[in-house]
Ligand binder design. Sequence first.
Ligand SMILES: Nc1ncnc2c1ncn2[C@@H]1O[C@H](COP(=O)(O)OP(=O)(O)O)[C@@H](O)[C@H]1O
Ligand SMILES: [Mg+2]
Length: 337
Amino acid sequence: MTFHHDPGKTMIQLQHVTKFFGRADNSVRALDNVSLDVAPGEIFGVVGQSGAGKSTLIRTINMLERPDSGSIVVADRDLTALPVGQLREARRSIGMIFQHFNLLSSRTVRGNVELGLEIAGVGSKERSKRSSEILDLVGLGDKSGSYPSQLSGGQKQRVGIARALASKPSVLLSDEATSALDPETTRSILQLVKTINAELGLTVLLITHEMEVVKSICNSATLLENGRVVETGKLVDLISTTGSRLARDLFPLGPVEPRSGGTVIDITFSGGTADRPVISQLSRTHGLDVSILGAVIETIDGNQAGRTRLELPGSPGENDAAIADLRSQNLLVEVVT
Ligand SMILES: Nc1ncnc2c1ncn2[C@@H]1O[C@H](COP(=O)(O)OP(=O)(O)O)[C@@H](O)[C@H]1O
Ligand SMILES: [Mg+2]
């Protein structure tokens, strides 16, 4: 009998990517041995503070920055090994959008969308057909003759998205694409990204410093710090990982107010555990007066998930049985104090 094993396809794969800026005696290691796997069709978030290396990471994925070491494979092509001509061709399978849109002000909306196709030598009839389709898709069918200065920020980003899609890429890279937009416009652009992801099967890698963005559209995320990957994984797995910083940032409960004598615990709920009457059961079974100090519940990647912070009377030692009981119900319990 033969056993067919799926090796687990990836759309974007970085292996041991390191990137320095500057000279040896005064250099910055912007990326430090970064390895990442983004599966086809995923929306993958990269988060981290300013200077963490996020933009450098995204710029190496389309080889705007060449890594000093390591490999970058996109859609089965090792970009680090390609000669210039083939690299240019491979880049057409990677679209990119930017915080400040980077549109040409002298060109109409249609002119911006068609620019890359013109450069690639696509005929005018085909270009026009393609740009009309894409502008309809992004909701700008009636703006093709407008100039960027006549558009709102959200409309400009829609043009940016249309331009990125013109060459029918398999990957969309987004560097803080919603950071210059107000919350409502941000939501509509994220919704559009989600629609494109679903309808075109496009793999999306997005950089953001906002956890809200990750929470609303990502399936997976990576936390970068000083050019290193600190955590990475599917959101549904991260939220049930003890000590995950991404999970903490997804469900911020704030600092713990120190109180005397009690035990503060955080319980993380996900999937099937989200709708169980945990607190009433805890107080009934163990005779505890449970205080709720905080709670957040969200839908993450289509699953109900959340975190509740409780205070139990007595020291952690006195609550061993109650905590063990919660853990035996497959709940993630972290003792905070
Ligand atoms: N072209 C460059 N020349 C020199 N240093 C750079 C360059 N680009 C980025 N850096 C440095 O690399 C580090 C990571 O920067 P960046 O990738 O822009 O971070 P982020 O996008 O997370 O804010 C920072 O220390 C930054 O100053
Ligand atoms: Mg940046």
